[in-house]
Design a protein around this ligand. Structure first.
Ligand code: IMP
Length: 431
């Protein structure tokens, strides 16, 4: 039995959905421990595609229990629509979906504030958020006026909680030119959704602990990525939760000693959506080719993703702050068709060359300049390849370079979106 954290090693969108789905073959319980509907996992089953924002990817495997844990913020309307969509596809999640009664609720005014704040010139920093209400909901949580899922069982307490939050946000809403809702109107919106979700509420902290003690395999699924983590990311251009492995224990409601290993997911190149530093970003036809070949458009917002070369110092940083045991490399197939590849191996900063990720200097314009090494590309399609030995030599060299420079063993390589397009080197659940 194992408890494994799967975490994004870059700025999110590393392809965690596919990897979590792949590893879930061995998992009895899959737990989403942070974030909310700002995430979007595209799940591919056969020729079918399905985007989930809240429900863990494990829902596709019959028998796997899926947990929305206490570190999350949940938009009840989004969750109910995901449950409906799964039921329409005869993937009935009814008996297998558990929602933490300590997770916080995203209310409609959180979404309004998140959207309007982004567009407002009034002293707000545009972050390029997904406008799903995550930030304001976590702000209410930290301000100790948040509405927890468990409060939905008691309308009097839920309504007074909503009232407190509205009172606090009213000046902001007015300043943004938005209507201030009444607690009653919000409660009326919430009531039918709550009726659908209350039967699924549980003390998921105990549920996960009991699964671990009972010898089950547990997968803790991260959302977003290390460089978007509120503490470890490129602050302030980050999300509002602890996306990295450190957040997995608190978010799932278990002790850190229960975690056996941490797998980091990285694309074979790099992408970012929203604002903020992205030192290896490409603004040319090479970046455009990566975007086209990799279908790099946000699964939640549809925004084109910024694209660039792989950043080894950033990967080493992710390895350190997450304590990575293994690296899963996704989308290696997307690099097919480049005569030459570049990889950032170090940075030139005002203080000289460094092999570290200069996260603080990145906040300043021209604070750090990436230094690249060039590697040979390849032209062969990788879609049908199932072992490392079958890869073209240049692709093998690229992986070996990455593994050696990042200092983390590669445990999996993905060469396409389908489950079978996976080279599984060392499965953390079979170790
Ligand atoms: P928020 O999480 O919607 O508040 O957005 C904060 C930042 O995180 C923005 O730059 C978003 O584009 C980014 N972000 C949030 N969720 C994801 C994700 O799932 N993938 C990639 N970027 C994300």
């Amino acid at each position: 039995m194992s408890t494994v954290v799967i975490v994004g090693a870059q700025w999110g969108d590393e392809g965690k959905g596919k990897i979590v789905d792949y590893y879930t073959e061995h998992a009895d319980v899959v737990v989403r421990y942070a974030g909310g509907p700002n995430a979007g996992h595209t799940l591919v089953v056969g020729d079918d595609k399905l985007i989930v924002r809240l429900i863990p990817s494990g829902i596709l495997r019959a028998g796997t229990r899926c947990v929305l844990a206490q570190g999350m913020v949940i938009d009840p309307a989004v969750l109910v629509s995901e449950i409906d969509e799964l039921e329409r596809r005869a993937l009935s999640p009814a008996a297998r979906l558990f929602i933490s009664d300590r997770a916080h609720v995203i209310l409609p005014f959180h979404v309004t504030i998140d959207s309007l704040r982004e567009g407002s010139q009034r002293g707000n920093l545009p972050l390029g958020t997904t406008k799903r209400g995550n930030g304001p909901a976590y702000e209410d949580k930290a301000a100790r006026r948040g509405l927890r899922m468990g409060a939905l069982r008691d309308w009097a307490s839920a309504e007074s909680c909503i009232e407190r939050a509205i009172a606090a946000w009213a000046p902001v809403l007015r300043d943004l030119g938005a209507e201030v809702p009444t607690a009653r109107a919000v409660a009326d919106w919430l009531r039918p959704l709550a009726a659908r979700l209350i039967p699924r509420l549980a003390d998921t902290s105990t549920l996960v602990e009991e699964a671990i003690r009972g010898g089950k395999n547990v997968l803790l699924e991260g959302a977003q990525g290390t460089l978007l983590d509120i503490d470890h990311g490129t602050y302030p251009y980050v999300t509002s939760s602890s996306a990295s492995a450190g957040g997995a224990a608190a978010g799932a409601g278990i002790g850190p000693t229960r975690i056996d290993s941490v797998v980091g997911i990285t694309k074979a190149y790099a992408t970012r959506v929203g604002e903020g530093p992205f030192p290896t970003e490409l603004h040319d036809s090479v970046g455009e080719k990566l975007r086209e070949d990799g279908a790099e458009f946000g699964s939640v917002t549809g925004r084109p993703r910024r694209t660039g070369w792989l950043d080894i110092p950033a990967l080493r940083y992710a390895a350190r702050v997450n304590g990575l045991d293994g690296l899963a490399i996704t989308k290696l197939d997307v690099l097919t068709g480049h005569r030459e590849l570049q990889v950032c191996v170090a940075y030139e900063t005002g203080k000289g060359r460094t092999n570290d990720f200069p996260i603080e200097q990145l906040a300043q314009p021209d604070g750090a300049r990436p230094i690249y090494e060039k590697l040979a590309g390849w032209s062969e399609s990788l879609a049908g390849i199932r072992t490392l030995a079958e890869l073209p030599k240049a692709a093998r060299d690229y992986l070996a370079f990455l593994e050696q420079r990042a200092g983390i063993p590669v445990c999996l390589v993905s060469v396409g979106p389908r489950r079978d397009q996976t080279i599984d080197q060392k499965n953390p659940f079979l170790a």
